[in-house]
Design a protein around this ligand. Structure first.
Ligand code: ATP
Ligand code: MG
Length: 447
């Protein structure tokens, strides 16, 4: 194990995480617990990238002292979720997550299966990891002592970090856990890294031996969720999918699966709009919007088979499957719209995932319409309420018709206030009654 002395330990930690980490470090020193920052945050700190989530390793201590450590670090009221079968706990702090784990080693009963976990040493724990750059640990203890605080590196992590390389620890790494290929693609795209020669050969061997066939749909889906959610931390699913295609991983998941060139630009637009939103984006699932864009150029049977392979079911699967067709319809309707009210009628039926995917698909003029609607019009409240309409003697289906017409007219600027809205409602009522009177003789004739 090599150590790398760090003269400056000013880790840039998000404000809301800084205090709990300080308290954890002080409590660990008091309790004689060795605590390490490990994996992603060490890597990102050395690359001078912002830290998002924090992974910590607890190297010693008994259940009582660990419980005291957690209480002192996060306070009595923190919501700590424990996963005793994996020896891990997690705490949500605002938008961030702190994961704590005790030292463990892992054994894979068969390729692609979940590992069997048992207690281990720091070396075991670091060498069970996916890539050398994710196997770096930084002791968290109070500075000022005799010993310098250094990064612990099992082998080549620091060199690989300098060379932008993802290196695996042994040739059967992807046999053990083929989802590491998806992690590799995500990290390579996010950090601009490449696979080492050994990692490429290990991946080829795992593909040749059919290791990907043993991975469950649930595990694959979880990795794809992370791949698309990476947009929020500067990741690039559009590039990650190209890596997976070039590495022949997609075809190993489902024969024929690929990344069509025409999905690149929409996926890039999705990355951009999620990283710097143009409207207050409502609750959404980046992976659903991402799947819509990625899969829509592929044939319907291939889309269906891919969704089944990823264990995407129910309503979500229907939305992704139908996106290609629905999107064409929305674009056609949007092109034909005159006025903001008509745009509202088209877009109000979309959920946020569909809206994001539509935005990412369409041409600049329509994108501007989508942004204007989402940023300004969709939250607009019209000056007339359903009660106002009932008071004006409207009843039954005509109330809904009138509300929609008043909303469209209000967004178009043809109705400016409540009085004008009610005048339009009375006009709609008058026409509806005239229409009914006009039909009456015919209706009567039928009896
Ligand atoms: P991110 O910035 O996306 O959080 P991360 O590297 O921290 O990246 P996590 O998913 O948070 O990734 O996992 C934490 C650590 O656990 C990783 O750095 C890696 O060391 C290890 N790890 C996660 N998944 C695997 C895996 N499938 N195989 C081996 N090690 C893994
Ligand atoms: Mg992490």
């Amino acid at each position: 194990m090599t150590e790398f002395a760090t003269p400056e330990l000013d880790v840039v930690i998000p404000d809301d995480l800084a205090k709990p980490l300080d308290r954890l470090r002080d409590a660990a020193s008091e309790l004689g617990i060795s605590l390490y920052l490990v994996g992603g945050p060490v890597r990102d700190w050395l690359l001078q990238r912002p830290l998002v989530d924090i992974d910590l390793l607890i190297a010693n201590g008994n259940p009582k002292s660990i419980a005291t450590l957690v209480r002192k670090g996060f306070g009595k009221d923190a919501k700590v979720r424990e996963h005793p079968q994996f020896g891990t706990m997690s705490v949500e702090i605002g938008e961030h997550r702190v994961d704590l784990a005790t030292l463990r080693k892992e054994k894979y009963p068969r390729p692609g299966a979940l590992p069997v976990v048992s207690p281990g040493t720091l070396e075991d724990d670091l060498s069970r990891r996916d890539f050398s750059v994710n196997a770096l640990a930084l002791p968290l203890r109070k500075g000022g002592g005799e010993e310098p605080i250094s990064v612990i590196d099992l082998g080549s992590g620091l060199v690989d970090l300098g060379e932008s390389t993802l290196r695996v620890f042994h040739p059967r790494s992807f046999h053990d856990d083929p989802t590491r290929a998806l992690r590799a693609a995500r990290l390579a795209a996010r950090l601009g890294f490449g696979l080492s020669r050994g990692a490429r050969s290990a991946l080829r061997d795992a593909l040749r031996d059919g290791a990907f066939g043993g991975v469950s749909g649930d595990r694959l889906r979880r990795e794809f969720i992370k791949l698309f959610t990476d947009c929020a931390v500067g990741g690039h699913p559009s590039i990650a999918l190209v890596h997976l295609d070039k590495w022949h991983v997609l075809a190993a998941l489902e024969p024929g699966l690929c990344t069509h060139a025409s999905s690149r630009a929409p996926l890039r637009r999705l990355e951009k709009v999620l990283a710097t939103p143009q409207w207050r984006v409502r609750e959404h699932r980046p992976w659903v919007a991402g799947l819509c864009l990625w899969l829509s150029p592929l044939s319907a049977p291939l889309r269906r088979r891919t969704l089944a392979r990823l264990g995407v079911r129910g309503d979500t699967s229907v939305r992704v499957l139908d996106f290609a067709k629905s999107c064409q319809r929305w674009i056609k309707e949007l092109k034909g719209t005159r006025g903001r009210g008509a745009v509202d009628l088209v877009l109000a039926e979309l959920d946020e995932d569909q809206l994001l995917a539509l935005y990412a698909t369409c041409e600049p003029l329509l994108r501007r319409r989508v942004v204007r609607w989402a940023a300004e019009d969709r939250d607009t409240r019209i000056p007339v309420s359903p009660r106002d309409l009932l008071n004006a003697n409207l009843s039954g289906p005509v109330v809904g018709v009138a509300l929609a017409r008043i909303r469209a007219a209000y967004l178009n600027g043809e109705v400016a206030n409540r009085e004008e809205g009610l005048a339009l409602a009375r006009e709609i009522l008058r026409r509806s009654e005239a229409g009914k009177r006009g039909r009456r003789p015919k209706d009567a004739g039928r009896n």
